[in-house]
Structure formats: C-alpha cells, structure tokens
Design a protein around this ligand. Structure first.
Ligand code: NAD
Length: 355
C-alpha cells in the first residue's frame, strides 16, 4: 500500500482527520493544510463520491487551495476544507450535522467551517449549535457582514476586471469594453450588473437560458449559446460557471486579450497558465480574483470571535485590495517571464511559510 503522504495531492498537510459517527452515520474528512497565517478556514462540501479516495483527494486539494486563497487575500486565516461523504440518496440529517459540529469543535478552533457545495446556510446554523467555529451564518442586521458571499465575490471580480482592462488595454473606463460572461448565477450575474453600470458591452451565456435571457433584458446585453461564449470576440472573457474550462483547445479558440472571472480551478492543468501566457492573454489567477466571498466569511467569523459584529464596509475595504494584488502578480509575471498563476502560487507559498 502506498503511504498516505505519498498521495500526489498530499502537500505536507498539518492534519487530515477521518470522522465517523456510528449513531448518526456521519462519515467525513477534515483536512487542515496550513495554520501558518491563522485558523484554517474553508467550507464543508456534502457530496456523493463513487470512490471514497475521491473524497480524500478533494479534501487535500481544496484545503491547499484555501491556504493559498486566504493568504493572498491578506486574511489572518490558514487553509482547510471538510468533506461529508453523502450516500447515493444524499440523505442529510440533523444528527449528522450535529455530529459534524462536534468534530469541528473538538479541533478547538484550528478549523473554521462554512458553506460549500451541498451545504446551505440553514445547515451551518445547525452546525453552529455545536461549535462556535462556523461562519456563513445569516446577517445579524443592516450593514453587518455575513450571509451570501456571492455579491462580495462578484464585487472583487468586477474590480479585478477593471484592473485587468487598465493593465492590458491602458484604459480606466469600462465604457464600451466588451465582456463575455460565462454563467449568470450568483457570481456571474453580479459581475454583469456591476459592469453594466459602467457602460460595458455584455455578452452572456448560461445553461439556464431563461436566467441569461432575463438578465440580458434587464441589462441590454446579448445572449449567445454556451458553446459560443468562449469563442466570442471580446476584450474580456469572464468564466463564472465551471472549473477546468481552460484547456489546450479552448485556449486556442479564445478571441480575447484578458481572462478574468470567478470560477474555481479554471485551468484544466497547471501548464495551461503558461499556454495562456504564450498567447499573450492576461490571466487573473482565479483564487486571487474570486476571494471576495472568503473575505466576507472570514470578516464575519473574526469579528464574532472578538465579540463584535463585522460590517459590510470592512469587507468591501478588504475586497478593494484585490486589484492591487493582481497588479503586483502581473508586474512580477512580466518582469520574470513566469506565468501569472505560477507567480501567484509562489507568492502564496511564501506567505504560508513554505516559499
Ligand atoms: P451559481 O450556481 O449561482 O451559478 C452558476 C451558474 O453557471 C448557473 O447559472 C449555471 O446554470 C451556470 N452554468 C453551469 N454550467 C454552465 C455552462 N457550461 N455554461 C454556462 N453556464 C453554466 O454559482 P456561483 O456561486 O455563481 O459560482 C460560480 C462559480 O464561482 C463556481 O465555480 C464557484 O465555485 C465559484 N465561486 C463562487 C463563490 C461565491 O461566493 N459564490 C466564491 C468563489 C468562487
């Protein structure tokens, strides 16, 4: 048997805990990649895996991603992630959530959890009955941090697109700048609305054509098919739906000078950052530009931990630092000839004491 730490996704994780609670049937994995910058923060995924090894791989890979994302967002938080292994029917019971809350609590604050795929705000409220190390809870009142992180993610991406346009096209105005937006959900829809306010020209696509059409009507945008969005001639392609969309074929077909959007893990493989650079396409590393949501979640948690209520103004002030981070990545990339995704990874590794 291969040693666990020889797993390709194992990256000197500080702790990987397998959790099983016989009474509730909970089976979960909690992975803490790094607490160098602070308590390891990252959401809980509730997912059915055909092979449990896939759950371990997800926990290892995603927790490392959170270390990088949190460090590059300037947050005093490390990186962690939990995965609850769902059965085929995806049955989730209050007892399971309570047992999961106990498991998080037993880590004494080394891991802070929040929503991810398959876990709702109501689930987090249930978990919070057993542990204080939870975020992503309902907003406490007007102007308070918390709730849906989507709008903060969208705001950071909008600011990142502005910075990319400034950097690559040399203009401070988005008026008439053509952005092709893939995915018009919580993040993509928010990005499109903000861009429209600045007079950008928008082309939208979503597998939910109704959603794309309704938004397009509100914003005066054009809609194309999901097949056409990545080849639409434009100034910025903004992926806000799926991961792994940038591969050899799709990059060759892109007709734009900038890729900047919120989808997680956009590069199909690591080398695709280099493929983008070779085509002279400016790429905003996904975990840097899409950090607005975790900034909201972390601000909410840290304020509550310190006995106060975090504010939306605090969150927005931190999100406003995203463009500066992107600019320093792009400058470093241009100075060294190293692609922007690798520059970002190296910066993140340094910040978590592994550079
Ligand atoms: P969402 O479910 O609200 O929206 C996703 C949208 O993409 C949906 O409208 C869906 O119909 C559409 N879609 C799916 N497949 C598509 C395809 N092939 N072509 C075009 N559209 C497609 O999700 P979201 O919260 O907006 O998240 C979008 C992306 O951003 C995800 O990759 C997510 O991991 C990432 N992200 C989200 C946040 C956040 O705060 N919500 C934070 C960081 C990263």
């Amino acid at each position: 048997m291969t040693a666990f730490w020889a797993e390709p996704d194992f990256d000197a994780h500080e702790l990987v805990q397998l959790v099983h609670d016989r009474a509730s049937g909970l089976t979960a994995i909690i992975a803490i990649h790094s607490t160098h910058c602070g308590p390891a923060a990252g959401g809980t995924r509730f997912w059915h895996y055909n092979d449990p090894a896939g759950a371990i791989r997800d926990a290892l890979r995603l927790s490392r991603g959170m270390s990088y994302k949190n460090a590059m967002a300037g947050l005093p938080m490390g990186g962690g992630k939990a995965v609850i292994l769902a059965d085929e029917q995806r049955i989730k019971t209050p007892e399971m959530l309570a047992a999961f809350g106990d498991a998080v609590d037993a880590l004494g604050g080394r891991y802070v959890t929040a929503e991810d795929v398959g876990i709702s705000e109501a689930d987090m409220v249930a978990v919070s009955k057993r542990t204080a190390h939870v975020s992503g809870l309902p907003v406490a009142g007007e102007g308070s941090a918390g709730g849906d992180p989507g709008p903060f993610t969208a705001y950071g991406i909008y600011l990142g697109i502005k910075a990319a346009v400034q950097h690559k096209l040399g203009t401070d105005s988005l008026s008439g700048v053509h952005v092709a937006v893939q995915g018009t959900g919580s993040v993509g829809g928010g990005v499109a609305r903000l861009l429209a306010q600045d007079g950008a020209r928008l082309t939208l696509a979503d597998i939910s054509t109704d959603r794309a059409n309704v938004l397009a009507q509100q914003l005066g945008a054009e809609v194309v098919s999901t097949d056409a969005i990545m080849t639409t001639p434009c100034d910025v392609f903004s992926p806000n739906a799926l991961g792994a969309i940038l591969d050899d074929n799709s990059i060759a077909a892109l007709d734009c000078p900038i890729v900047a959007g919120g989808a997680n893990n956009q590069l199909a493989r690591e080398e695709h950052g280099e493929v983008l650079a070779a085509r002279d396409i400016l790429y905003a590393p996904d975990y840097v530009i899409n950090a607005g949501g975790i900034i909201s979640v972390a601000t909410e948690y840290l304020a509550r931990r310190d006995g106060r209520t975090g504010t939306v103004a605090e969150v927005n002030a931190l999100v406003a630092q995203i463009p500066g981070r992107l600019q320093s990545i792009w400058r470093e990339s241009e100075a060294t000839g190293i692609s922007s995704d690798v520059v970002a990874d190296r910066m993140a590794q340094k910040l978590i004491g592994r550079g």
